[in-house]
Design a protein around this ligand. Structure first.
Ligand SMILES: N[C@@H](CCC(=O)N[C@@H](CS)C(=O)NCC(=O)O)C(=O)O
Length: 204
């Protein structure tokens, strides 16, 4: 397997999940500085021009949530997706929330140009980010963490995803220290070998 990623982005959650699953993988750093994700060579890998993309024997997988599900399915012994359907739906519910709400909240800062052309509109959107990210943090704090992880003591597929997004909070003007469960979650994740490996590889 080969992971296409960019440091600090949602794609790093895939590296962390692969490590949690005990799966070996190669990686390719997509240089955002050189706008590599906008070039035809990368569009041949992921026509959406985004990371992550995961090359597997059967082709290329995209979308963080789908890739996390795939990793959980091929390494069932890691228990990244609960067997109980209700618990599995809870894990997927967090993943869907992150992809559909928290990530777009964040993206209105650095990627405002996706939604509007005028600089004044961008400034307006950027100004909303601390507010919308704080609302996301409050939702995560109150409804997504059984502590220290999403499902309690055991890491599931939602945790690497949530971890990367909580790392964005500071830069988005939200102090994670205001949220005790999030703070404990971040600390517990930092202690995982998977996160240490991602840091050692310069992914975070
Ligand atoms: N829904 C996608 C979103 C992926 C995404 O937007 N990734 C960002 C990095 S966090 C990206 O590749 N941005 C590049 C760009 O906008 O040019 C997923 O969860 O995989």
């Amino acid at each position: 397997m080969k992971l296409y990623y960019a440091p600090g982005t949602v794609s790093v959650s895939i590296a962390i999940a692969l490590h949690e699953a005990g799966l070996d993988f190669d990686s390719h750093k997509v240089s955002f500085k050189d706008a590599e994700q906008t070039k035809p060579e990368y569009h041949a890998i992921n026509p959406k021009g985004r990371v992550p993309a995961l090359e597997i024997e059967g082709g290329i997988l995209t979308e963080t949530g789908a890739i996390l599900d795939y990793i959980a399915a091929i390494a069932p012994e890691a228990g990244l997706m609960p067997e109980d359907p209700v618990d599995a739906a809870r894990v997927r519910g967090v993943i869907h929330y992150l992809a559909s709400t928290m990530q777009p909240n964040h993206a209105h800062g650095p990627r405002a140009y996706r939604w509007a052309e005028k600089e004044e509109s961008h400034a307006d959107m950027r100004a909303q980010v601390p507010k919308t990210m704080r609302a996301s943090a409050a939702y995560v704090e109150d409804h997504c963490l059984r502590s220290p992880f999403v499902m309690g003591d055991h890491v599931t597929a939602a945790d690497p995803h949530l971890f990367v997004m909580c790392l964005w909070l500071k830069g988005d003007g939200v102090d994670p220290e205001d949220f005790p469960r999030i703070s404990a979650f971040l600390q517990a994740m930092e202690e995982r070998a998977s996160v240490k490996a991602a840091r050692a590889a310069g992914m975070l």
